[in-house]
Design a protein around this ligand. Structure first.
Ligand SMILES: NC(=O)c1ccc[n+]([C@@H]2O[C@H](COP(=O)([O-])OP(=O)(O)OC[C@H]3O[C@@H](n4cnc5c(N)ncnc54)[C@H](O)[C@@H]3O)[C@@H](O)[C@H]2O)c1
Length: 319
């Protein structure tokens, strides 16, 4: 029997979930009060379908299995999994998650795409089964990137909610990473924000342009990270003695003030520098064209990761 994903909020991320689930042969029911939402989503899915087809569609996959409805109650009816993707405002998310929890079938899991909020805060106003309201944080473009961080709150139990969520997201061809303890920003956004803060400082201090900083990532650390991440990459940096030697050699540098912990003030001048830098890099290419280029690249890159790190396939149970 086919499975059903219900998507609440169909912006960039909600649409990404929709495209992923359709490509995996699921039925999708969506709700978003914005008047142009359905047209926007159908266009989004049509664009994403090109790279999803290259990546491989599941049997029965079709954009026609998407239905838009005009109420939250209608959207969640019959769902195995409900994904909330409304704007990142705690009060709004709390209210909507409480509404979803009140009407969803008891066995349904409710995942929030929140980038930063803790699940216990999201569960606050849920009075039905708060434990099934968890963080399920994806990465843009959701239809191609496999990682989803799963974080349970105080009311969540490992067996009833997290294990069930793991198998649902695996059925969407994702790689669930269960985060052991709830913290703001989960794992990956904390890492990305650290890099982002430093990048903004480098622009603010006039050390580098946005293009130069992007080149440092694209031609340097970024290429390595896509296969081995930060720890294993540094293990290799220590030569045959691995991480122990790496820490002996470069550990003292951690005490040097290379990096700045506080983010720079987002002054008008810094905002202009960053925006103009990005516009220069985009060179009049519309975002849709850049999206397509990134997606084509990601499809091939995912194939390369599988080719050069096939063991990672077996990590499913451990992460
Ligand atoms: N953009 C990213 O890269 C990214 C990555 C991972 C997670 N997230 C998280 O995903 C969530 C959504 O982010 P986004 O970038 O898609 O935002 P967005 O602004 O693109 O989309 C939000 C959508 O929610 C809709 N909405 C507003 N009120 C609603 C309501 N009451 N009921 C249903 N829909 C409603 C809006 O009409 C809009 O379509 C946020 O929590 C964000 O932190 C974003």
């Amino acid at each position: 029997m086919s499975q059903q994903l219900s998507v609440i909020g169909t912006g960039v991320i909600g649409n990404g979930w929709i495209a992923r689930a359709l490509a995996q042969g699921w039925d999708v029911i969506a709700f978003d009060p914005a008047p142009e939402a359905e047209v926007r989503t159908r266009e989004f899915v049509a664009n994403a379908w090109h790279s999803l087809t290259r990546a491989g569609l599941a049997e029965g996959a079709s954009p026609e299995r998407l239905t838009f409805v005009d109420s939250l109650e209608a959207a969640v009816e019959g769902a195995d999994l409900i994904q909330e993707n409304v704007p990142e405002r705690l009060e709004l998310k709390r209210e909507i998650l409480a509404d979803i929890d009140a009407v969803a079938a008891p066995e349904a899991i409710i995942g929030s795409s929140t980038s930063g909020f803790k699940p216990s805060d999201l569960q606050q106003d849920c009075t039905n089964i708060p434990g099934r309201v968890i963080v399920a944080h994806p990465f843009n473009p959701v239809y191609l990137l496999p990682l989803v961080e799963l974080v349970g709150g105080e009311a969540t139990t490992m067996t009833a909610h997290i294990e069930c969520a793991q198998s649902l997201y695996q059925a969407l061809a994702m790689r669930p990473l269960v985060v052991r303890r709830e913290i703001e920003g989960h794992i990956a956004d904390r890492l990305m924000e650290a890099l982002w803060r430093e990048a903004l400082h480098l622009v603010n201090d006039g050390v580098a342009t946005t293009e130069e900083i992007d080149a440092a990532v694209v031609y340097g650390c970024g290429l390595r990270w896509s296969l081995m991440g930060t720890f294993l990459t540094f293990h290799l940096a220590g030569g045959d003695a691995g991480m122990r030697h790496m820490l002996e050699q470069f550990g003292p540098a951690l005490k040097l003030p290379w990096t700045k912990l506080e983010a720079p003030e987002l002054t008008d001048e810094l905002i202009d520098k960053v925006v103009e830098g990005c516009e220069f890099q985009a060179a009049d290419r519309p975002v849709a064209e850049l999206d397509r280029r990134r997606d084509d690249f990601l499809v091939e890159l995912l194939g390369l990761v599988q080719k050069y790190w096939p063991e990672a396939e077996g990590l499913e149970g451990r992460i």
